[in-house]
Unconditional design. Structure first.
Length: 263
Protein backbone atom coordinates (compact mmCIF):
# COMPACT_ATOMS: atom_id res chain seq x y z
CA UNK A 1 0.00 0.00 0.00
CA UNK A 2 1.22 3.47 -0.89
CA UNK A 3 0.27 6.44 1.33
CA UNK A 4 0.75 9.91 -0.13
CA UNK A 5 0.44 12.61 2.55
CA UNK A 6 -0.18 16.17 1.38
CA UNK A 7 -0.35 19.38 3.43
CA UNK A 8 -4.02 20.07 2.78
CA UNK A 9 -7.09 19.10 0.76
CA UNK A 10 -6.21 21.24 -2.26
CA UNK A 11 -2.73 19.74 -2.58
CA UNK A 12 -4.16 16.23 -2.13
CA UNK A 13 -6.61 16.84 -4.99
CA UNK A 14 -3.88 18.28 -7.21
CA UNK A 15 -1.69 15.23 -6.62
CA UNK A 16 -4.57 12.84 -7.36
CA UNK A 17 -5.61 14.68 -10.53
CA UNK A 18 -2.02 14.67 -11.79
CA UNK A 19 -1.75 10.95 -11.08
CA UNK A 20 -4.98 10.15 -12.95
CA UNK A 21 -4.05 12.35 -15.90
CA UNK A 22 -0.63 10.71 -16.14
CA UNK A 23 -2.23 7.26 -16.16
CA UNK A 24 -4.65 8.25 -18.93
CA UNK A 25 -1.89 9.86 -20.99
CA UNK A 26 0.43 6.87 -20.64
CA UNK A 27 -2.26 4.36 -21.64
CA UNK A 28 -1.03 2.88 -24.92
CA UNK A 29 -3.36 -0.08 -25.39
CA UNK A 30 -5.96 -0.16 -28.18
CA UNK A 31 -8.80 -0.55 -25.72
CA UNK A 32 -10.11 2.44 -23.71
CA UNK A 33 -8.72 3.45 -20.33
CA UNK A 34 -11.38 2.40 -17.81
CA UNK A 35 -11.78 4.76 -14.85
CA UNK A 36 -13.91 4.20 -11.76
CA UNK A 37 -15.32 7.34 -10.16
CA UNK A 38 -16.96 8.37 -6.86
CA UNK A 39 -19.30 11.13 -5.78
CA UNK A 40 -19.34 13.10 -2.52
CA UNK A 41 -17.24 15.99 -1.28
CA UNK A 42 -13.86 14.24 -1.45
CA UNK A 43 -13.40 14.16 -5.25
CA UNK A 44 -14.77 17.63 -6.09
CA UNK A 45 -11.31 19.24 -6.06
CA UNK A 46 -9.93 16.43 -8.21
CA UNK A 47 -12.72 16.90 -10.74
CA UNK A 48 -12.06 20.66 -10.94
CA UNK A 49 -8.40 20.06 -11.73
CA UNK A 50 -9.19 17.34 -14.30
CA UNK A 51 -11.59 19.75 -16.02
CA UNK A 52 -8.88 22.42 -16.11
CA UNK A 53 -6.37 19.97 -17.53
CA UNK A 54 -8.86 18.74 -20.13
CA UNK A 55 -9.74 22.24 -21.32
CA UNK A 56 -6.04 23.15 -21.44
CA UNK A 57 -5.29 20.13 -23.62
CA UNK A 58 -3.23 18.41 -20.93
CA UNK A 59 -5.41 15.29 -20.82
CA UNK A 60 -8.02 13.85 -23.18
CA UNK A 61 -11.07 11.82 -22.16
CA UNK A 62 -11.83 10.77 -25.73
CA UNK A 63 -10.61 7.23 -25.03
CA UNK A 64 -11.80 6.98 -21.42
CA UNK A 65 -14.72 4.86 -20.23
CA UNK A 66 -16.05 5.63 -16.75
CA UNK A 67 -17.97 3.56 -14.22
CA UNK A 68 -19.41 5.25 -11.16
CA UNK A 69 -19.41 3.60 -7.76
CA UNK A 70 -23.04 3.97 -6.78
CA UNK A 71 -26.46 5.60 -7.07
CA UNK A 72 -29.44 6.07 -4.78
CA UNK A 73 -32.46 3.87 -5.47
CA UNK A 74 -35.55 5.86 -6.40
CA UNK A 75 -33.97 9.17 -7.42
CA UNK A 76 -34.48 10.18 -11.07
CA UNK A 77 -31.51 11.54 -13.05
CA UNK A 78 -32.72 15.14 -12.78
CA UNK A 79 -32.99 15.03 -8.99
CA UNK A 80 -30.35 17.40 -7.61
CA UNK A 81 -29.13 14.77 -5.14
CA UNK A 82 -28.89 11.89 -7.58
CA UNK A 83 -25.35 10.84 -8.31
CA UNK A 84 -26.14 11.02 -12.02
CA UNK A 85 -26.87 14.76 -11.57
CA UNK A 86 -23.76 15.21 -9.40
CA UNK A 87 -21.42 13.66 -11.95
CA UNK A 88 -22.72 15.68 -14.89
CA UNK A 89 -22.77 18.89 -12.84
CA UNK A 90 -19.27 18.42 -11.39
CA UNK A 91 -17.43 16.68 -14.23
CA UNK A 92 -19.00 15.33 -17.40
CA UNK A 93 -20.72 18.52 -18.60
CA UNK A 94 -17.40 20.35 -18.46
CA UNK A 95 -15.14 17.92 -20.32
CA UNK A 96 -14.60 18.90 -23.95
CA UNK A 97 -14.19 15.40 -25.38
CA UNK A 98 -15.99 12.97 -23.06
CA UNK A 99 -18.25 10.70 -25.11
CA UNK A 100 -21.72 10.27 -23.52
CA UNK A 101 -21.81 6.61 -24.54
CA UNK A 102 -18.68 5.99 -22.44
CA UNK A 103 -20.31 7.15 -19.20
CA UNK A 104 -21.72 4.44 -16.95
CA UNK A 105 -23.71 5.10 -13.76
CA UNK A 106 -25.97 2.53 -12.03
CA UNK A 107 -29.63 3.19 -12.80
CA UNK A 108 -31.39 3.86 -9.51
CA UNK A 109 -34.74 3.90 -11.30
CA UNK A 110 -34.37 0.42 -12.82
CA UNK A 111 -37.49 -1.72 -12.53
CA UNK A 112 -35.35 -4.68 -11.44
CA UNK A 113 -32.48 -3.36 -9.28
CA UNK A 114 -30.83 -6.76 -8.92
CA UNK A 115 -30.81 -7.26 -12.69
CA UNK A 116 -29.36 -3.76 -13.10
CA UNK A 117 -26.51 -4.68 -10.73
CA UNK A 118 -25.76 -7.87 -12.66
CA UNK A 119 -25.79 -5.90 -15.94
CA UNK A 120 -23.37 -3.38 -14.45
CA UNK A 121 -20.88 -6.06 -13.40
CA UNK A 122 -21.13 -7.66 -16.84
CA UNK A 123 -20.44 -4.36 -18.57
CA UNK A 124 -17.35 -3.72 -16.43
CA UNK A 125 -16.11 -7.20 -17.35
CA UNK A 126 -16.80 -6.53 -21.05
CA UNK A 127 -14.13 -3.82 -20.98
CA UNK A 128 -11.60 -6.12 -19.35
CA UNK A 129 -12.07 -4.63 -15.87
CA UNK A 130 -11.26 -1.24 -14.41
CA UNK A 131 -7.77 0.21 -14.77
CA UNK A 132 -8.00 2.76 -11.96
CA UNK A 133 -10.79 3.12 -9.43
CA UNK A 134 -10.81 6.38 -7.49
CA UNK A 135 -12.91 6.48 -4.33
CA UNK A 136 -13.42 7.94 -0.91
CA UNK A 137 -14.42 6.42 2.41
CA UNK A 138 -16.93 7.31 5.10
CA UNK A 139 -16.16 8.06 8.72
CA UNK A 140 -16.90 4.40 9.51
CA UNK A 141 -14.59 3.27 6.73
CA UNK A 142 -17.27 2.28 4.25
CA UNK A 143 -16.13 2.19 0.64
CA UNK A 144 -18.86 3.10 -1.88
CA UNK A 145 -22.07 2.04 -0.06
CA UNK A 146 -20.46 -1.07 1.39
CA UNK A 147 -21.32 -0.42 5.01
CA UNK A 148 -19.56 -2.17 7.92
CA UNK A 149 -19.88 -5.97 7.78
CA UNK A 150 -20.41 -6.09 4.01
CA UNK A 151 -18.54 -9.04 2.55
CA UNK A 152 -15.07 -8.15 1.37
CA UNK A 153 -15.70 -10.26 -1.74
CA UNK A 154 -19.04 -8.56 -2.55
CA UNK A 155 -20.05 -7.59 -6.08
CA UNK A 156 -22.34 -4.84 -7.33
CA UNK A 157 -25.67 -5.07 -5.53
CA UNK A 158 -28.47 -3.37 -3.62
CA UNK A 159 -27.26 -1.95 -0.30
CA UNK A 160 -29.25 -0.81 2.72
CA UNK A 161 -27.93 2.44 4.18
CA UNK A 162 -27.24 2.59 7.91
CA UNK A 163 -28.74 5.29 10.10
CA UNK A 164 -25.29 6.83 10.55
CA UNK A 165 -24.78 7.12 6.80
CA UNK A 166 -28.22 8.65 6.34
CA UNK A 167 -27.47 11.19 9.07
CA UNK A 168 -24.14 12.12 7.45
CA UNK A 169 -25.73 12.40 3.99
CA UNK A 170 -28.72 14.35 5.29
CA UNK A 171 -26.71 17.56 4.86
CA UNK A 172 -27.58 17.26 1.18
CA UNK A 173 -31.28 16.69 1.94
CA UNK A 174 -32.09 19.71 4.08
CA UNK A 175 -30.55 18.03 7.15
CA UNK A 176 -33.46 15.60 7.24
CA UNK A 177 -32.29 11.95 7.41
CA UNK A 178 -35.83 10.89 6.56
CA UNK A 179 -35.41 12.34 3.08
CA UNK A 180 -32.28 10.28 2.36
CA UNK A 181 -33.07 7.14 0.34
CA UNK A 182 -32.78 3.97 2.40
CA UNK A 183 -31.16 1.89 -0.33
CA UNK A 184 -28.61 2.36 -3.08
CA UNK A 185 -27.00 0.43 -5.91
CA UNK A 186 -23.30 0.05 -5.24
CA UNK A 187 -20.27 -1.70 -6.65
CA UNK A 188 -18.94 -4.30 -4.24
CA UNK A 189 -15.66 -4.43 -2.38
CA UNK A 190 -14.63 -7.24 -4.71
CA UNK A 191 -15.56 -5.08 -7.70
CA UNK A 192 -13.25 -2.32 -6.47
CA UNK A 193 -10.34 -4.54 -5.49
CA UNK A 194 -10.47 -6.33 -8.85
CA UNK A 195 -9.31 -3.05 -10.40
CA UNK A 196 -5.69 -2.83 -11.44
CA UNK A 197 -5.20 0.21 -9.21
CA UNK A 198 -7.29 1.77 -6.47
CA UNK A 199 -6.81 5.40 -5.44
CA UNK A 200 -8.61 6.43 -2.26
CA UNK A 201 -8.98 10.05 -1.14
CA UNK A 202 -9.12 10.69 2.62
CA UNK A 203 -9.23 14.21 4.04
CA UNK A 204 -10.20 15.87 7.28
CA UNK A 205 -9.88 15.00 10.95
CA UNK A 206 -13.28 13.25 10.92
CA UNK A 207 -11.76 10.56 8.67
CA UNK A 208 -8.64 10.07 10.83
CA UNK A 209 -9.95 6.96 12.62
CA UNK A 210 -10.95 5.41 9.29
CA UNK A 211 -7.51 6.09 7.80
CA UNK A 212 -5.82 4.47 10.79
CA UNK A 213 -8.07 1.42 10.49
CA UNK A 214 -7.34 1.17 6.77
CA UNK A 215 -3.57 1.35 7.19
CA UNK A 216 -2.76 -0.01 10.66
CA UNK A 217 -5.73 -2.15 11.62
CA UNK A 218 -6.39 -5.77 10.77
CA UNK A 219 -8.39 -6.84 7.73
CA UNK A 220 -11.99 -6.89 8.90
CA UNK A 221 -15.53 -6.62 7.56
CA UNK A 222 -16.11 -4.02 10.28
CA UNK A 223 -13.87 -1.66 8.29
CA UNK A 224 -14.55 -2.51 4.65
CA UNK A 225 -11.78 -0.09 3.66
CA UNK A 226 -9.28 -2.50 5.25
CA UNK A 227 -9.65 -4.74 2.17
CA UNK A 228 -7.21 -2.35 0.49
CA UNK A 229 -4.42 -4.00 2.48
CA UNK A 230 -4.76 -7.01 0.17
CA UNK A 231 -4.42 -4.97 -3.04
CA UNK A 232 -1.02 -4.66 -4.68
CA UNK A 233 -2.00 -1.43 -6.41
CA UNK A 234 -3.68 0.44 -3.57
CA UNK A 235 -2.85 4.11 -3.07
CA UNK A 236 -4.22 6.43 -0.41
CA UNK A 237 -3.92 10.17 -0.98
CA UNK A 238 -4.62 12.03 2.25
CA UNK A 239 -4.10 15.37 3.93
CA UNK A 240 -2.38 16.15 7.22
CA UNK A 241 -5.65 16.44 9.14
CA UNK A 242 -6.59 12.86 8.26
CA UNK A 243 -3.34 11.55 9.77
CA UNK A 244 -4.22 12.42 13.37
CA UNK A 245 -4.82 8.83 14.47
CA UNK A 246 -1.79 7.26 12.77
CA UNK A 247 1.12 6.30 14.99
CA UNK A 248 4.16 8.55 14.66
CA UNK A 249 6.25 5.73 13.23
CA UNK A 250 3.69 4.97 10.51
CA UNK A 251 3.34 8.64 9.60
CA UNK A 252 7.11 9.12 9.37
CA UNK A 253 7.56 5.88 7.41
CA UNK A 254 5.25 6.90 4.57
CA UNK A 255 6.63 10.44 4.46
CA UNK A 256 10.13 8.98 4.19
CA UNK A 257 9.14 6.52 1.45
CA UNK A 258 7.56 9.25 -0.68
CA UNK A 259 10.52 11.56 -0.11
CA UNK A 260 12.86 8.81 -1.25
CA UNK A 261 10.83 8.17 -4.43
CA UNK A 262 11.07 11.85 -5.35
CA UNK A 263 14.88 11.96 -5.07
Amino acid sequence: MRIVIQDNYDKMCLWAANYIADKINSHKEDRPFVLGLPTGSSPVGVYKELIRKNKAGEVSFANVVTFNMDEYVGLPHDHEQSYWYFMYDNLFNHLVDMKPENINIPDGMAEDPEAECARYEEKIASYGGIDLFMGGIGVDGHLAFNEPYTSLSSRTGVRALTTDTKIVNSRFFGNDPGKVPSTALSVGIGTVTDSREVLILISGHNKARALAATVEGGISQKWTCSALQMHNGAIIACDEEACGELTVDTYKYFLDIERGERL
